[in-house]
Design a protein around this ligand. Structure first.
Ligand code: KIV
Length: 277
């Protein structure tokens, strides 16, 4: 497809301008994000929290992720679309990881996959990259294992933990990842990682020094009301606007103001007269 952003384009953006990435889970938002010129669209497993009302990203599997990914890729003409590998597709079943990564490419038409750091991350990442599938890494706060690793907190706050993050980033780069998400990492540590890597870093709660930024779109649109992480900036608060529109609709239906004549279909009087009633 003409003008489709490639992994190579993302790599060459490092040091030239900031890279933009947002999440999408369906056709309408996928299309709007694409038309706004965002570089990468992540079909994130955050769909579990922000769309499906679940309390953990580990509760979505391949069926849900492929369903959403297909809707997004149908809409997107330019952005690079990345499928977020759900927890059980590679952490519970590392032996199934390549097969599942391939499904994002062949069935859902994604161009790359993302996976979160876990104890067998390097082995799984290597297998997927060697099969020719571009991989985006994800280190720092990794929501799929956050409970097990001490909760939803900033990572890399002491020298030992920060050192580990730097080593993880370098190991992922060495394996051939084309970029790495840094989630909830002190800005100075993101800066060090960003300076040391040749591949772009994409931050979420990781400060201004990353090569790019990602947010969960429902957060920036004010469509997720359960909680707002410190790193989120709401660019608009859509929930009250949508609520008001739905309340207006309800009122107009009950007061018989909707549908108005312009929303109704007419039949000619002479045709009505022919009815046998
Ligand atoms: O699932 C998701 O939305 C993510 C982003 C927060 C990076 O992994």
């Amino acid at each position: 497809m003409e003008n489709k952003i490639t992994v190579q384009d993302i790599l060459s953006l490092k040091g030239t301008r900031k890279i933009t990435m947002l999440t999408a889970y369906d056709y309408p938002l996928g299309s709007l994000i694409d038309r706004a010129g965002i570089d990468m669209i992540l079909v994130g497993d955050s769909v579990a929290n922000v769309v499906l009302g679940l309390d953990s990203t580990t509760k979505v599997g391949m069926t849900e992720m492929l369903h959403h990914a297909k809707a997004v890729t149908r809409a997107v003409k330019h952005a690079l679309v990345i499928g977020d590998m759900p927890y059980d597709s590679y952490q519970v079943n590392p032996q199934e990881s390549l097969k599942n990564a391939r499904r994002f490419i062949t069935e859902a038409n994604c161009e790359a996959v993302k996976l979160e750091w876990f104890d067998r991350c390097l082995e799984v990442t290597e297998k997927i990259i060697q099969a020719g599938i571009p991989v985006m890494g994800h280190i720092g706060l990794t929501p799929q294992t956050a409970e097990k690793e001490g909760g939803f907190k900033v990572r890399g706050k002491d020298a030992e933990a920060a050192q580990r993050l730097i080593e993880q980033a370098q190991a992922l780069e060495k394996l051939g990842c084309f970029s790495i998400v840094l989630e909830c990492v002190p800005d100075k540590i993101s800066q060090i990682i960003t300076q040391r890597l040749k591949i772009p870093t994409i931050g979420i709660g990781a400060g201004v020094h990353c090569d790019g930024q990602v947010l969960v779109t429902y957060d920036l649109l004010g469509l997720f009301e359960r909680f707002t992480p410190k790193f989120v900036k709401k660019y608009i608060n859509l929930s009250p606007l949508i609520l008001k529109a739905i309340q207006d609709y309800k009122l107009e239906v009950t007061e018989e103001k909707f549908p108005a004549p312009e929303h109704s279909f007419l039949i000619k009087e002479e045709e009505l007269k022919k009815l046998d009633i």
